[in-house]
Write a protein that binds this ligand. Structure first.
Ligand SMILES: Nc1ncnc2c1ncn2[C@@H]1O[C@H](COP(=O)(O)OP(=O)(O)OP(=O)(O)O)[C@@H](O)[C@H]1O
Length: 246
């Protein structure tokens, strides 16, 4: 579902944010992309979602070449960026309809699709409200609802649970798991909560200073009786919880 070879991004001014990254994600996998602040996670995600042009390497995302067929890639992926992109004052159903129309769905298709996605995320009825009248957890679930409207096969989530209380974080992980279990969704996500990543993800990829420094199943990474926090500290010299501001 994702295959990159030597993917890199050097920004104007010479900052090499990502260097020679090789990533493989199989269909139906939930993969956690971990690393300290500034490691290159968001830059990688923005390249894989066509929002940022790589300066080196190649990638195939959802069956299409990233550089050659970005529109085809965009049709098949959903992306939830860091923080909420919801307009605070507009009823969410108006923005959901607008987003569906922008994806080329008819009004009837948007209504049916919105009903399904909202039910799946336990948001039915809440779309009459503006985002300002929702809890943090509900807003995050609406962010995901927007990303699922066009029925993508691959979902990118950049720090989906940051800023949520523990109950809302657990509920969101349950929804992410259900997306894969019920719909075979492939999920590529970043998080600073390593224990949660270890419980949810099939595989973890750790990036530091723009390069992949480790990858494997949570069990494979936790060698020698270490926790994932220990592993992260050993690999990067930094503690993930400090990074998350927790
Ligand atoms: N537009 C830009 N121009 C120049 N440098 C940038 C730009 N965007 C990011 N960088 C730099 O690239 C590096 C990687 O940043 P990136 O946002 O990808 O890290 P990250 O792993 O997502 O961090 P965080 O966990 O804080 O979100 C950092 O050194 C950052 O300062």
């Amino acid at each position: 579902m994702i295959r990159t070879s030597g993917l890199g991004k050097t920004f104007d001014g010479g900052v090499a944010a990502v260097e020679g990254v090789d990533i493989t994600v199989e269909p139906g996998e939930i993969v956690g992309f971990l690393g300290p602040n500034g490691a290159g996670k968001t830059t990688t995600m923005r390249m894989l979602t066509t929002l940022l042009r790589p300066t080196s390497g190649t990638a195939t995302v959802a069956g299409h070449d990233l550089a050659g067929e970005p529109r085809e890639v965009r049709r098949r992926i959903g992306y939830v960026a860091q923080g909420s992109g919801l307009a605070p004052a507009t009823p969410l159903k108006d923005d959901l309809e607008l987003q569906g129309l922008l994806y080329g769905l008819s009004r009837r298709e948007v209504a049916a699709r919105a009903e399904e996605v909202l039910a799946r995320l336990e948001l039915t009825g809440l779309d009459a409200r503006p985002a300002a009248a929702l809890s943090g957890g509900q807003r995050r679930r609406f962010d995901i609802a927007f990303a699922l409207l066009h029925d993508p096969a691959l979902l990118f989530l950049d720090e989906p649970t940051t800023g949520l209380d523990p109950q809302s974080r657990a509920a969101l992980w349950d929804h992410i798991r259900a997306l894969r279990a019920d719909h075979g969704m492939t999920v590529f996500l970043t998080t600073h909560y390593l224990d949660e990543a270890g419980a949810l993800c099939d595989r973890l990829i750790v990036i530091d200073h723009g390069r992949i420094v480790a990858e494997g199943t949570p069990a494979e990474l936790k060698t020698g009786g270490r926790t994932l926090d220990d592993v992260f500290l050993d690999l990067t010299g930094r503690a993930p919880r400090e990074e998350a501001g927790v």
